[in-house]
Each structure stands twice: as C-alpha cells, then as structure tokens.
Design a protein. Structure first.
Length: 186
C-alpha cells in the first residue's frame, strides 16, 4: 500500500475537528486582537534592550516559510505524504515564530514609514496592503486546513488547501519584499 493510500485509509475524527474549529476561531480572535492592540499600545523596553534586529528576522522567517511551502507542495505532488506533513508542520511553526517576533517588535517599537517616492511608493503600498489583508484573511483558513489534515478529513483538507496555499505562499513571499523595500528607512 502506498504512503498516500495509508493516509487516506485513516478514519475521520469529526468530533475532534469540531472542537479544534472552536480553537481556530478563538486563536483568530486573539491574534487579530493582538495585531490591533499593537498599533495602539507601545510597551517600553528595558534599558539596553533593542529589538531593531527583528524586522530582518521576520523577513528571514517568512522566507523559510515560503521555501517550506514550496517543498511541501512538491512532496505531496510526489506522493511523499509524511514529508509533506513534516514540511507543512514546520511552515506552521516558523509562521508562529514570525507572528511572535512580529508582535514583539510592533508592540514595542514605533512604525517605520516608507520614504520612497513615485511609482515605487505606489508599488510598496500595493504590496503592503495586499500582504496585510491576505495575511489576516488567510490566518483562520490556514489553521482550518491544518485541522482537516490532523483529523483525517483529507477531502476537506485538499479542497481548502488548493485555495489557501497560493495565498499563504504570496504572504510568505511578499513579507520579505516589504522588508527589503522598507529596510533603508528603519
């Protein structure tokens, strides 16, 4: 029996999925609340603590997520389901690390404004706006896709993943692009 068939033969865990979906929506509300709060609240850092390195770390984390997502896609297309699961799990973990670093930086540090002009400024704001909006919209659906995989609901997982994967990949790629465009103004 192929690796793909072994996974597809697992029985669905519908009750666990229902419980986890509640967690998805709670986490979504908490994360969106944190993102809104960090724009209004600035926590002072202790003397000598400098988090100015975090934007570069965030760009690096997003870059790793993009590579893991591409690897995960290649793995599943080749029927390497365990590798796919491991790569996608790593993508989720790196995304969590990104989110924690992102909130830590923005809740303690003021915003940096883009200083370019002309068409580059327009391009920057288009990329930034699509990045932010798609990151917020995709968050619960990424978690749902994970829940469907964890609970052996592979039909639902596949259907949702086909829609959310390109968005997640776009967000992971545009994060570093936004960083590199903004880097001269930090």
């Amino acid at each position: 029996m192929s690796e793909r068939m072994r996974y597809l033969a697992k029985s669905s865990q519908d009750e666990l999925a229902r419980k986890l979906m509640k967690v998805v929506w709670i986490l979504t509300a908490v994360v969106l609340g944190l993102v809104v709060a960090m724009r209004r609240i600035k926590l002072p850092l202790p003397e000598g603590v400098d988090l100015s390195f975090l934007p570069a770390v965030n760009a690096g984390l997003n870059s790793v997520v993009a590579l893991l997502l591409i690897g995960g896609l290649v793995a599943v297309l080749r029927g390497r389901i365990t590798l796919h699961r491991n790569l996608m799990s790593a993508a989720v973990l790196f995304s969590i690390a990104f989110l924690l670093c992102y909130v830590a930086y923005h809740i303690t540090t003021g915003e940096t404004s883009y200083g370019g002009e002309g068409w580059l400024k327009t391009l920057y704001y288009v990329i930034l706006a699509t990045h932010v909006i798609l990151a917020a919209v995709s968050f619960p659906f990424i978690l749902m896709t994970l829940v469907f995989a964890m609970t052996n609901q592979f039909g639902k997982h596949r259907r949702l993943a086909r829609r959310i994967y390109p968005i997640w990949l776009y967000v992971a790629i545009t994060g570093p692009v936004v960083y590199w465009m903004l880097a001269p103004y930090y």
